[in-house]
Design a protein around this ligand. Structure first.
Ligand code: NIG
Ligand code: FE
Length: 406
C-alpha cells in the first residue's frame, strides 16, 4: 500500500462532492491547521493535524509549508484541440467587427475548420500538448475537450482520436465531446439539415461510441450555427446513440436552447450570457449544470452571464475557460476564477467550488473527483498561498506549488 500524509496545511478547503448549491456553495467547510491522508491514490482521511493518524513506515510525509490545499481543478469546457490561430480576427473585432459578423462572412469557426482539415492527427497532438501542459501547471487535473473544427466524418474522428491520444499520453484525464454541430461547413452551405443527416449517421456515431472517443455530444445553437429544432434533433439522436447532451446556449442571442436542453436531460448548458427567468426556472427543474464562461466575455468584450442570479436561484454553477482560438484564448483556470470574482461577483470560494465539485458534475464525475472527501480520487493541489481568497486576488500569479494527481 502506498500512503502520503500532507501536513502543515494552513487552510484545507474540504469542498464536498458536487453538485454543490446554496449555503455550502458560498461557504464550503474549511479546516485550519489541517492534514490530509492519501492511500492508494484515494483520500483516506482529513482533519485537524493534531488528530492525524499515526503513520506506518511506508508513508511519505508531504509538507504543505503553511499553504492551502484544494481539489485539483477541472476545466469542464474547452476546445483545446484545434489548429493554428486567429489573431487577425482579434484585431478585426478591436476595430469594430462582431464575432457573429465574422462567422457569417465565412471566417471565425470556419477559419479554424480550414486549418484543422489541413492538419494531421499528429499535428493536432503536437499543437495541443504544450497548451495542456501549461494548463496543468496552473492546477488543472481533469479537462474536457471538444471536437467541432472538423465537421466531416474524417476530420471529426481525427480530432477525437487526437484527444484520446493526449489523454493516454499525459498525466491528466481528458474527456472527449463530439461537437459535430458547431457550425455548417462550406460544402453544406445553406443546407444545415442535410449536414446534420450526415453527422448523425448511425454507423458514424457508433464508431465514436465503440472507440470510446467521446462521452458527450454538443451543439452551438445560435445565428450562424443551428436553430432550436436542429439543435434538438442533433442532441436527441446523439443521446439515443449513447452520447450525453451538452449545449452552447444563449451566448449571443436568447434562443431558448437552455430550456430545450434542460428538458432533454442535458448534463450541462454552457455560456448563458442571455438567459432569462424562464430559462433559470427550467434549469431549477432539471439536473442540468449551468456552466459560465467569463473568459469569453473578457475576450469578446461582451456582457457576462448573470452568475449571481443563477447562484442565488440555488443552481450549482460551474466555471470553465472555454479555451478556443476565436472567443477565448485564456488557458489558466485560476485566471478565470479571478474574472469570476471581478466580473461576475462570485467570491473566491464560490469560484473554487465552481471549478471543482460543480465542474465534476458537469462531466458526470462528481462521485469521483472535484472534492476533498474520503473515497474521492486524490487529485489535490498544494498552493503556496495561505488561503483561497489570496489565490484569486493575486491575478495571474501561479499559486500552485505542487499537484498530486491520483
Ligand atoms: O464556445 N460559440 C461557439 N464555440 C466557441 C467558439 C469557437 C470559436 O470561435 O472557435 C465558444 O465560444
Ligand atoms: Fe465553447
Amino acid at each position: 500500500m502506498s500512503s502520503q500524509l500532507i501536513t502543515n496545511i494552513a487552510q484545507l478547503v474540504a469542498v464536498p462532492p458536487g453538485p454543490v448549491s446554496g449555503d455550502t456553495f458560498s461557504h464550503p467547510p474549511i479546516i485550519e491547521s489541517a492534514a490530509l491522508l492519501i492511500e492508494n491514490g484515494t483520500i483516506a482521511w482529513l482533519g485537524k493535524q493534531q488528530d492525524a493518524p499515526t503513520l506506518t513506515d511506508a508513508a511519505e510525509t508531504i509538507d504543505a509549508k503553511g499553504g492551502t490545499v484544494v481539489p485539483g481543478l477541472i476545466d469542464c469546457h474547452t476546445h483545446v484541440v484545434h489548429a493554428g490561430s486567429r489573431e487577425n480576427e482579434f484585431v478585426q473585432r478591436i476595430q469594430g467587427a462582431s464575432y457573429i459578423e465574422i462567422l457569417e462572412a465565412g471566417g471565425g469557426i470556419k477559419n479554424s475548420v480550414r486549418m484543422l482539415r489541413e492538419a494531421t492527427e499528429d499535428d493536432l497532438v503536437a499543437q495541443a500538448r504544450p497548451r495542456i501542459e501549461r494548463m496543468m501547471q496552473w492546477g488543472v487535473t481533469t479537462l474536457e475537450a471538444k471536437s467541432g473544427y472538423g465537421l466531416s466524418h474524417e476530420d471529426e474522428l481525427k480530432t477525437l482520436r487526437a484527444i484520446k491520444r493526449l489523454n493516454d499520453d499525459l498525466s491528466i484525464e481528458i474527456v472527449g465531446t463530439y461537437l459535430g454541430a458547431h457550425t455548417i461547413p462550406p460544402e453544406f452551405d445553406g443546407k444545415p439539415d442535410a449536414y446534420l443527416d450526415r453527422m448523425l449517421d448511425r454507423d458514424f456515431l457508433q464508431t465514436i461510441v465503440d472507440e470510446g472517443l467521446a462521452e458527450f455530444a454538443d451543439v452551438f445553437c445560435e445565428r450562424g450555427a443551428f436553430n432550436l429544432d436542429q439543435a434538438r434533433r442533433f442532441l436527441e439522436t446523439c443521446k439515443d446513440a449513447g452520447l450525453t447532451p451538452k449545449i452552447h446556449s444563449e451566448q449571443i442571442t436568447r434562443t431558448g436552447a437552455t430550456k430545450m436542453a434542460a428538458q432533454l436531460g442535458a448534463i450541462s448548458a454552457d455560456h448563458l450570457e442571455f438567459v432569462n427567468d424562464e430559462d433559470i426556472a427550467a434549469l431549477q427543474q432539471s439536473g442540468t449544470i449551468p456552466v459560465v464562461l467569463p473568459g469569453c466575455s473578457f475576450f469578446l468584450g461582451s456582457p457576462p452571464a448573470p452568475a449571481r442570479r443563477l447562484i442565488d436561484a440555488g443552481l450549482p454553477v460551474a466555471l470553465a475557460t472555454d479555451l478556443n482560438p476565436g472567443s477565448c484564448t485564456v488557458e489558466p483556470l485560476p485566471l478565470i476564477m479571478s474574472m469570476a470574482c471581478t466580473m461576475l461577483k462570485m467570491t473566491p470560494l464560490e469560484a473554487l467550488v465552481a471549478c471543482t465539485a460543480n465542474a465534476a458534475a458537469a462531466l458526470g464525475r462528481a462521485d469521483k473527483i472535484g472534492a476533498i472527501a474520503v473515497g474521492h480520487r486524490a487529485d489535490v493541489l498544494i498552493l503556496d498561498m495561505p488561503n483561497v481568497n489570496q489565490w484569486a486576488y493575486r491575478v495571474g500569479v501561479n499559486g500552485v506549488a505542487r499537484t498530486i494527481k491520483n
